[in-house]
Ligand binder design. Structure first.
Ligand code: UDX
Length: 443
């Protein structure tokens, strides 16, 4: 690294699926000699004691823990967060500027205030994107679909392919629960207001080549696909906001190889009681062992698992284990896990690809339906799941046992092999990281 002293100011969003990749990226950049400041909201703050070499600066956000984001309040939540953090962030950057270091701001796309403050102060900024690259062409085309009268989607069109987004169908488009106006507002928040100096994308070149090319053509700035970040560099400890129940690992140790269905629907989704009960019956009837993460409060109207009928709980305990939060990456890497029933959040998808675990896909919102379509139709390592007890039972069998499951496992293993190559010395993600470091030093 040059004589000059460099400070990278990383601005993380208070969402689990965004915070973890940002901390992995910070750990990597620190290993390359950069000084690191993490500017973060007070809500869901990271634990500074895990990163003694970093400077952590909380930005007062006036949000309480009861203000946690959901799909329904996403726009208002992000606007409040950005409005409240902006002035404090500006003060912070002005103070750092006095220290005569070269500063680069790296921010989550949802923390767009950081990019606009950086521009205002004449500093370069880079956006970290933690969702799939394939989401970009979708978000870009939605306003056009609206102008052409193709949104809102007619029921008869749901199974049809959106020609410009092949292989995505109209039913895979995000924001189906929002009005068109709300959809356009949400896209306005997610898409960058100003072109940054570059993008860092937590994805892999071989997975999403066409989307990455489109992003580069559109913005005409470097795009660095450097994922999966959790495989590039481990963080010193867990990046979870919730406490991980590690007892599930010793439970997994007692199960037969590739026999367990691991079920987790991520950090945001709230699920209806009826759907959760169908999930429970499907699992209980499947005759496969299962590990089910039920996040406290994630089943609407219940604190935890009170929605389960007493008899079913007893039945489930015979073969299954329910926890509040699991060490997911460790679980997916465990030899007993044979399938991952997931909402297809991008981190969960990358984690499954990295361990070669076939998936049962139950997407809800945002990029999840897009990711699910890629997992099932393009990468051919999963099945879409329809949440009804009989269908679930069948889907678990399809993936865990039988010929179709074997083929999916084979595909998943091939992808795992390619991920290993990408993150190894001279692999595509390592090359991108090297280019990223050179790019930062050239700013
Ligand atoms: C959602 C979107 O679906 C995602 O695509 C978007 O980029 C961010 O918002 P989320 O619901 O958090 O994300 O899902 P995901 O991106 O999969 O992230 C969840 C993270 O929590 C994963 O890293 C996973 O390992 C971790 N997790 C989940 C645990 O550590 N333990 C658990 O029990 C469950």
């Amino acid at each position: 690294m040059a004589e000059q002293s460099w400070r990278l100011v990383l601005t993380a969003s208070p969402l689990q699926g965004h915070m973890s990749p940002m901390l992995h990226l910070a750990t990597f950049l620190h290993s390359k000699g950069f000084s690191i400041t993490i500017a973060h909201s007070e809500l869901n703050r990271p634990d500074p004691s895990n990163y003694p070499a970093f400077t952590f600066i909380p930005l007062p956000d006036n949000l309480s823990s009861s203000n946690t984001p959901s799909f329904a309040n996403a726009v208002q939540f992000m606007q409040t967060l950005n409005d409240n953090c902006r002035p404090h962030f500006q003060e912070l950057l002005v103070q750092i500027q006095k220290q005569k270091e070269s500063i680069v701001v790296i921010h989550d796309n949802l923390m767009y205030f950081a990019g606009s403050v950086a521009t205002h102060l004449g500093l370069p900024s880079i956006i970290l994107r933690t969702s799939s690259a394939s989401t970009f062409p979708v978000l870009k085309i939605i306003p056009q679909l609206h102008q052409q009268g193709r949104l809102p989607v007619q029921d008869c069109m749901l199974q049809e392919i959106v020609t410009e987004l092949d292989p995505l169908r109209y039913k895979d488009l995000p924001f189906s629960g929002l009005t068109v106006q709300q959809t356009l507002e949400t896209i306005n928040i997610i898409m960058p207001k100003k072109t940054p100096s570059a993008f860092i994308w937590n994805t892999l070149e071989f997975l999403e080549p066409s989307a990455l090319t489109q992003i580069h053509h559109h913005y005409q700035v470097p795009v660095f696909p450097i994922g999966p970040l959790h495989k590039i560099i481990p963080t010193p400890s867990s990046t979870s906001f919730l406490e991980e129940d590690t007892s599930c690992i010793s439970w997994l140790d007692k199960q037969a190889p590739k026999s367990v269905v691991y079920v987790s629907l991520g950090s945001i989704a709230n699920i209806d009681e009826k759907i959760s009960t169908e999930m429970a019956w499907g699992l209980a009837n499947s005759n496969q062992p299962f590990l089910w993460v039920i996040r406290p409060g994630s089943v609407k109207g219940f604190e935890w698992i009170e929605f389960l009928p007493e008899g079913l709980v007893t039945e489930m305990k015979v073969r299954g284990l329910i926890v509040k939060w699991a060490p997911q990456k460790e679980v997916l890497a465990h030899s007993a896990v044979g399938g991952f029933w997931s909402h297809c959040g991008w981190n969960s998808t990358l984690e499954s690809l990295s361990e070669g675990v076939p998936m049962l896909c139950q997407p809800f919102e945002l990029d999840q339906k897009i990711n699910s379509r890629y997992v099932c139709f393009v990468w051919k390592m999963g099945v879409e799941i329809f949440v009804e007890r009989g269908e679930i039972e069948g889907a678990i069998r399809r993936v865990l046992v039988g010929k179709e499951g074997e083929e999916m496992k084979q595909k998943a293993k091939e992808i795992q092999g390619k991920v290993k190559v990408a993150v190894s010395h001279r692999g595509s993600s390592q090359n991108s990281l090297k280019k990223l470091v050179d790019f930062i030093l050239s700013l």
